[in-house]
Design a protein around this ligand. Structure first.
Ligand code: SAM
Length: 194
């Protein structure tokens, strides 16, 4: 039983691309009420349900309160874009590193489409800073955005640090919404001078 229907989008994407594997460390940005974290806990075995497989880690972050979940560590009332949150993540992650960053974050809609889109893209751009601090080389980032003019800028930024970037529109996402996901894989830490 999932806390919200958004779980089906992540299940669909993960069934196809196998991002979440037993033993992996996952950061779930914009995690409330916790449905994506439920999927992640199951797939990385962070509650230790399968004693034969390695046990992963799931850390969820949200501005709102996230009700407790076995196998997940939640940072409720935390802003993903705030560098002090990044520092806490470094402490909580085994070895200070994550295999996967998930983001289903969305700002409160103002009703002005372009403004909301820009706000979400700006939030997504900060995820590349977070990636630089915590993502393992070879790691992945899945992030929701709203399609519009600035989406190109985000795609370019992702393409400069990930080996592959693709655009996903899960079947479980409403056809009439501008919501899409970037799946960026094979993270390369920006080297000196780049
Ligand atoms: N994936 C979640 C699930 O399956 O339960 C649903 C996420 S909901 C669509 C988007 C969430 O992003 C909201 O709970 C909102 O509070 C959160 N959010 C928006 N801006 C944020 C920020 N700067 N830092 C942390 N969370 C944020």
């Amino acid at each position: 039983n999932f806390r919200c229907r958004s779980a089906f989008k992540l299940l669909e994407i993960d069934d196809k691309f196998r991002l979440l594997r037993p033993g992996y460390s996952v950061v779930d940005c914009g995690a409330a009420p916790g449905a994506w974290s439920q999927v992640a806990v199951e797939r990385v075995n962070s509650a230790g349900e399968d004693p034969e497989s390695p046990q992963g880690t799931v850390i969820g972050i949200d501005l709102l309160n996230i009700p407790p979940l076995d196998g997940a560590h939640f940072l409720s009332c935390h802003d993903v874009t705030d560098p002090t949150t990044h520092a806490k993540l470094l402490d909580l992650l085994p070895g200070g590193q994550a295999h996967v960053i998930l983001s289903d974050m969305a700002p409160n809609a103002s009703g002005f489409r372009d403004m909301d889109q820009e706000k979400l893209i700006t939030m997504c751009l900060t995820l590349t800073d977070l990636a630089e601090r915590i993502l393992k080389p070879g790691g992945s980032l899945l992030c929701k955005y709203w399609d519009g003019i600035l989406a190109n800028k985000l795609q370019e930024r992702l393409s400069s640090v990930f080996g592959s970037v693709r655009i996903l529109k899960p079947n479980a996402s409403r056809k009439d919404s501008a919501e899409k996901y970037f799946l960026a894989r094979v993270y390369r830490k920006p080297g000196k001078g780049s």
